[in-house]
Write a protein that binds this ligand. Structure first.
Ligand code: ATP
Ligand code: MG
Length: 723
């Protein structure tokens, strides 16, 4: 390959980094300045110019997707396949190392990886086996305890408990858990890293081999490495090799998961001769987007500090839209995406980013309604999520207890002492009597075919379902859901767990109640109960296959998963206090700055067009919460923002300045009503306009009546009048 090709597409500073003589190096630079590009070109340079073999480099990045992309970019630059090169995530590389040296790592040859779900299930069994109360020692918390200590390189014998009963017990759980894993050849994610570290610690000759072999070690997204990862990298260094780390302290967003941004300082301390290169030109975003993002991040106090500029043009202002509620917000976003598509833009060039996974539901529905394909990146669709499926399981049991899948799903979730063996017995009985498991369970109880303990536990479950059926039958759908989630113990189970992920599960359960409240039985399902109609709706949505890899689809993801990526058009939804920054971050000082870094990450994903939206009222857990716009919006200079207003009618402008004539013509314009407007109906009395859909004679409006609650009305027939 022509070397100049490698360097031509780089600016001076990038070239300095790529073509530097072998040395340790830190590339510290803001978003979109070409850090990842430098790393990729450096890899190619080392192999092509320095003559290092593909087996002599080790490159680490944050996600499997990023690793695949990096490999293919280097291959494209080199014009050859690089099979076998060590390029991957920390977990992937540790796995590879352990596979190669399984004997020294004291693992069976075919050891299995335990994913988070399996890990939690195993812990549950262990906690029960130790005769501990799961309520006091929730498996999820034990998992955080174990993984957290492993991330610090600590085994049970290293953990000080200071006489704390909880810690002592957790340490014991860790010990028993680890023995079980070792016996069965199971390795969890945190264990991969710790084992790989211990492998080198205990086998200096293996370590020496790799120290010599890997002449260059390159790490992207370094700001989000945790302690064990840094320790592992540090071990690898020797006089034979060099390390290049690339990162941005302003994009450190995994502190809550143990990432340690101080590792950048540690690197400078541990590699005193390291050369620091700062890249300052941004190639990704328009000047407006860049200026706005820079100004937001300036509000953080602990920064290494850097300036970013661009030669790019001004671009359009950032659009800001205040939704009347989350439905209006979603509809606006979908409208913008349609406009983008109509102007010839690809859907895959647009991304919708949000703070919390639970926000995706309303957005997904708005997209489905318009038949716009979408893909949820790094996550499941709302109705496919574990906790949502658990809750739906109870609703399905209320609706129809003969549903075996629902029965199996919830019989022991939350744990109520019904073991796998009992479930298997019930399953066998159902099979031999050709009945449902529910019926089989009833028969077995009646005929006393279960052992004392199992019988009592199954009886408890049956009674719970019967009670739910009896007490919720007449209730409105959302109260049915609320009761089921609470009385089944699901909510309490997830609330008892710690951490961001558990919080997301609680959010999703609350969101399910909201979904029930917003659900309208479709016309063709009027013979069904609202519950049955809702369950049908949920399974259809979950069953709808996600847009496949090659289909042009809108990209949806949390801001966390968007790290390192870029899109021509980006919408950040739910930019409001209490959601983003999150409620929890108000309570812990460091967390607010991490939220602001997340905002910086989100904004800097956008290349051409950035849209920020928030909802003035948002239904959370079936209740309307009124939020104020996020402080992050106020931190953006006013001249960078253009407020978009279209939720208004042309015919009846509301007098406040916030409601100006529509800038685009929605069907609603012709109805003569505006969202939020007070109206009166001869039968239902007064209410507030919440929502609308359709146009012309099909136009329908949703009104929340003070007396009778929310109703959809066909405009042509409804005798609505403005108050
Ligand atoms: N010298 C250059 N000339 C033209 N385009 C460039 C140059 N350097 C980088 N780019 C382009 O700018 C964009 C951002 O680059 P890259 O993703 O490497 O930035 P980054 O610093 O890694 O960003 P992030 O912090 O978000 O990970 C990419 O589209 C890249 O191809
Ligand atoms: Mg990058």
């Amino acid at each position: 390959m022509d070397v100049s090709e490698l360097l031509d597409s780089l600016n001076d500073k990038q070239r300095d980094a790529v073509a530097a003589p072998p040395s340790d190096m830190l590339v510290l630079a803001g978003a979109g300045s070409g850090k990842t590009r430098v790393l990729v070109h450096r890899l190619a340079w080392l192999m092509d110019v320095q003559g290092i073999s593909p087996f002599g480099v080790l490159a680490v990045t944050f996600t499997n997707k990023a690793a695949r992309e990096m490999r293919s970019r280097v291959e494209a630059l080199m014009g050859m396949s690089l099979q076998g090169m060590w390029i991957g995530t920390f977990h992937g590389l540790a796995h590879r190392l352990l596979r190669t040296h399984y004997q020294e790592a004291r693992l069976p040859e075919n050891f299995q990886i335990l994913d988070a779900d399996d890990q939690q299930r195993l812990l549950k069994r262990i906690i029960k086996g130790m005769n501990l109360d799961e309520k006091h020692y929730p498996p999820k918390q034990a998992m955080w305890f174990i993984n957290g200590h492993k991330d610090e390189g600590l085994r049970p014998q290293h953990i000080e408990t200071q006489g704390d009963v909880m810690r002592t017990q957790m340490r014991e759980i860790y010990k028993v858990y680890q023995e079980t894993c070792d016996r069965s050849g199971l390795v969890d994610f945190a264990e991969l890293l710790l084992r790989a570290h211990e492998l080198w610690l205990n086998h200096p000759q293996i370590l020496a081999h790799y120290q010599k072999r890997f002449r260059a070690v390159l790490v992207d997204e370094f700001q989000d490495t945790n302690n064990i990862q840094y320790a592992w990298l540090r071990m690898l260094t020797s006089e034979h090799n060099n390390m290049m780390i690339v990162g941005d302290d302003d994009q450190s967003i995994y502190g809550w998961r143990g990432a340690n941004v101080d590792n950048i300082q540690h690197f400078l301390r541990d590699f005193p001769d390291a050369k620091t290169i700062r890249l300052e030109q941004n190639y990704r975003s328009t000047a407006t987007i860049l200026k706005a993002a820079n100004r937001v991040i300036e509000n953080n106090s602990s920064r290494l500090g850097k300036d970013l500029w661009t030669e790019g043009n001004e671009g359009e202002p950032i659009s800001l839209y205040a939704g009347f509620n989350e439905l209006d917000e979603a509809r606006f976003i979908v409208g913008q995406i349609k406009q983008w598509r109509d102007q010839g833009g690809a859907l895959s060039d647009t991304a919708i980013l949000y703070r919390s996974n639970a926000q995706s539901r309303v957005l997904e529905e708005a997209l489905l309604q318009e038949a716009i394909p979408y893909r949820i990146y790094g996550g499941l669709r709302f109705f496919e999520r574990q906790e949502v499926k658990d809750a739906l399981g109870y609703l399905r049991m209320i609706n129809q207890p003969l549903d075996d899948a629902a029965f199996e799903r919830v019989i022991n979730t939350p744990a109520r002492g019904i073991g796998e063996r009992t479930v298997a017995q019930i399953r066998d009985m159902a099979r031999s009597s050709e009945s449902s498991m529910w019926q089989a369970a009833l028969t077995m109880l009646q005929e006393k075919r279960l052992s004392g303990r199992a019988s009592k536990a199954v009886q408890g479950f049956v009674e719970l379902v019967l009670k739910l059926q009896e007490t919720t039958g007449e209730l409105p759908l959302e109260e049915q859901a609320d009761t089921a989630i609470k009385q089944s113990g699901l909510m309490a189970m997830y609330q008892a767990e710690k951490g961001e992920k558990a919080q997301a599960r609680v959010d999703n359960l609350e969101e399910l109640v909201t979904a029930c409240k917003q659900f309208e039985v479709p016309d063709d399902a009027e013979d069904m109960t609202p519950l049955a109609a809702f369950l049908t709706h949920a399974s259809l949505e979950a069953g709808e296959t996600q847009a496949d890899q090659h289909q042009d689809a809108v990209q949806m993801m949390t801001m966390h998963s968007a790290k390192g990526l870029e899109f021509p058009m980006v919408t950040i939804a739910g930019v409001e206090e209490g959601l983003f920054p999150s409620q929890q971050s108000h309570e812990e000082p460091g967390r607010l700055e991490e939220e602001r870094r997340l905002c910086y990450v989100g904004m800097t994903r956008a290349m051409e067009k950035l849209i920020l939206t928030y909802a003035e009222s948002r239904r959370i857990y079936g209740q309307d919460k009124y939020h104020t716009p996020s402080r992050f919006i106020r931190e953006i200079p006013a001249e960078c923002i253009q407020e978009i207003r279209l939720r208004n009618t042309v015919s009846k402008p509301v007098s406040t300045s916030r409601f100006q004539p529509a800038t685009s013509h929605s069907a609603f314009d012709s109805t003569g009503f505006s969202l939020g407007q007070r109206v009166t109906h001869p039968k239902f009395g007064e209410g507030t306009v919440l929502n609308y859909e359709g146009s012309g004679e099909h136009a329908r409006v949703q009104v929340n009546f003070d007396e009778v609650g929310s109703k959809w009305l066909v405009l042509n027939f409804a005798k609505l009048a403005a108050v």
